[in-house]
Write a protein of this length. Structure first.
Length: 580
């Protein structure tokens, strides 16, 4: 960890420093003299510093600018992830000051506090913070995104907004009334805070936002990469839990006066040029209304079949199933395992002007051009089964069923495939071979399953190790032994990684997800076993002998190439799935 500073005298912001920065960039051939003159002219017009203009206009990478400034000022340039920041260090500086000056305390050594800043501080700024902290201050340079993300992480989302609301509210012991939300100063602050919650969730790639009230607190959590993460909020936010729920209800055009019943609604927002659809669910609890917002973005939904993350040996198997003219193809896995994404990737490949595709979904999460999508409404009798009966009279080539939930739906789906339709659907089973026994449990005749089922794809999602903070690690001996037994050739030269946590990954060590797959293609041996109603474990042995890769084995391949961590594979794929 970098905590020491050079012994030479440190320099603060000045016009002379910016002039030296420009000349140094020209001398190093990073920019031309003509570019420097143009930037200097804009600087005279706008009053912005050369540093700001360089980054604003993307002329020079931020890291390169900070590296040169570090040499000129003797202020170290580092990453916030290099420091182990404790609450005691953060508490040295109030949120309002951290936000105003855009600084973060990162280290405390006796009577000296180290502050991270994204721009070289002015002498006035340095003097003000030294007086405010009443202690000696050292400085380090970090990227603006590092500072921005870390302030939100350590001080809480919307700290300045909530601080303003607390100061505005004249009744410190009670919450603002949430019966009547006129747009006065306080309520504008609530709206601003809710917008900050939504914008930050979208920026972080969250799929769900949970706002949960308790007796003396309010908890905010985002589901990122399939895992719930606590999002720090300022201490004063608890008193505004009722108006926050009311604000969401107003945005979703719901009745704010009714607090005894559940509510469902939608909010459409635009962020970063993309349109997002927020599905709102509000439930009454003992301490107020709890809010869930599901974030849907069609731009992030559609993935090419070639970019699902399939292993090279699995790609021909997936292509073979996607090119089927008829039959049943099933995707299995728990909720949130990426089945819908894979289904849409398959549909995107096979949907052409020559075929008619009809889907039955609950709910329709994403609209696709060229596909007829039907929304199930069980309350009026429009179920999967009733839809399917009508669909088959509508001359489709391909039918997608959101989920096979009961025997009637399963039976119609199987019979539809026997009359020349390609049927795609999902089941909830732990692995691919178990889909056969699940269909038999639903009452589908084994001979029908043997005739129509063409393949089963089991899948899970594992988190990617953050590329910014990943470091090598050594798995436990038992894990290494298992990997060597499955992949002796790859295991010998494999390097394993894990994330240490940094602002880019919200200090989780992971950023993004990728699928791991278990693809079982039906062959004559497996069809014969289905007719004989053999158990799933016996079917699995035959499928493995025919070349099927288990979920856990596919996960080990992803850990050996550095995509995910060993711990993620252990979390997602059960031990039994590695056994043949």
């Amino acid at each position: 960890m970098q905590t020491s500073v050079p012994s030479a005298e440190k320099r603060f912001f000045s016009d002379q420093l910016m002039l030296e920065l420009g000349l140094e960039l020209v001398q190093r051939s990073v920019i031309s003299r003509e570019q420097l003159d143009q930037l200097s002219a804009r600087k005279a017009l706008t009053g912005e510093s050369l540093h700001t203009l360089l980054l604003k206009e993307h002329v020079v990478p931020e890291g390169q600018v900070l590296g040169i400034l570090s040499e000129l000022t003797r202020l170290p340039y580092c990453h916030i992830g290099d420091y182990k920041i404790t609450p005691e260090v953060v508490e040295k500086l109030q949120a309002r000051a951290a936000l105003r000056y855009h600084v973060l305390p990162v280290h405390l050594d006796g009577g000296v506090v180290t502050l991270a800043v994204s721009e070289v501080p002015t002498q006035a700024m340095a003097d003000s913070l030294r007086m405010l902290l009443d202690m000696a201050v050292e400085w380090v340079l970090c990227t603006d995104s590092d500072i921005h993300d870390s302030i939100k992480h350590f001080y809480g989302l919307g700290a300045e907004t909530i601080d303003d609301l607390v100061q505005t509210d004249a009744s410190p012991d009670t919450a603002i009334s949430d019966m009547d939300l006129a747009l006065d100063e306080s309520e504008e602050g609530i709206i601003k805070f809710v917008n900050q919650i939504i914008a930050e969730a979208i920026r972080m790639g969250a799929t769900d936002v949970h706002i949960e009230p308790y007796r003396t607190s309010l908890r905010l959590r985002y589901r990122i990469d399939g895992m719930l993460q606590n999002i720090p909020v300022p201490p004063g936010v608890a008193k505004f839990r009722k108006p926050i729920a009311s604000c969401v209800k107003i945005m979703a055009d719901l009745n704010i006066a009714e607090k005894r019943l559940p509510h469902d609604g939608r909010i459409k927002v635009q962020c970063g040029g993309d349109d997002f659809d927020l599905r709102i669910s509000i439930l009454p609890t003992a301490h107020g209304e709890t809010v869930n917002m599901r974030i849907l973005n069609s731009n992030s939904m559609f993935i090419d079949l070639e970019h699902l993350g399939l292993a090279p040996e699995q790609q021909p198997m997936m292509k073979k199933l996607a090119d089927l003219p008829h039959g049943v193809m099933l995707l299995t896995g728990p909720t949130g395992s990426g089945k819908t994404t894979t289904l849409y990737a398959i549909l995107a490949k096979i949907s052409t002007p020559e075929v008619k595709v009809i889907t039955v979904e609950e709910p329709i999460e994403y609209q696709m051009e060229g596909i007829n999508q039907i929304q199930v409404h069980s309350s009026i009798g429009l179920t999967f089964a009733s839809c399917l009966r009508s669909i088959l009279r509508h001359d489709p080539d391909i039918v997608l069923i959101g989920e096979i939930r009961d025997s009637e739906t399963a039976d119609i789906a199987v019979r539809a495939s026997l009359t020349g339709h390609l049927v795609l659907s999902t089941l909830h089973t732990n692995d691919a071979p178990s889909a056969v026994t699940r269909l038999i449990d639903m009452g589908v005749e084994p001979y029908l399953i043997s005739s129509c089922l063409e393949g089963v794809i089991a899948q899970r999602l594992v988190r990617r190790v953050c590329a910014n903070c990943r470091k090598e690690m050594t798995p436990d001996d038992s894990i290494l032994e298992e990997i060597r037994s499955l992949e002796p050739e790859h295991a010998a030269s494999a390097t394993y990684f894990e994330g240490s946590g940094c602002p880019a990954c919200s200090f989780s060590g992971y950023r993004g997800r990728i699928g791991i797959f278990e693809i079982m293609v039906m062959d004559e041996a497996i069809r014969h076993m289905v007719i004989e109603q053999r158990p799933a474990n016996e079917i699995k042995k035959v499928a493995l002998a025919a070349g099927m890769t288990t979920l856990r084995r596919d996960g080990w391949l992803r850990s050996m190439d550095g995509t995910t961590s060993v711990n993620e594979v252990v979390r997602v794929a059960r031990k039994a799935e590695a056994q043949s």
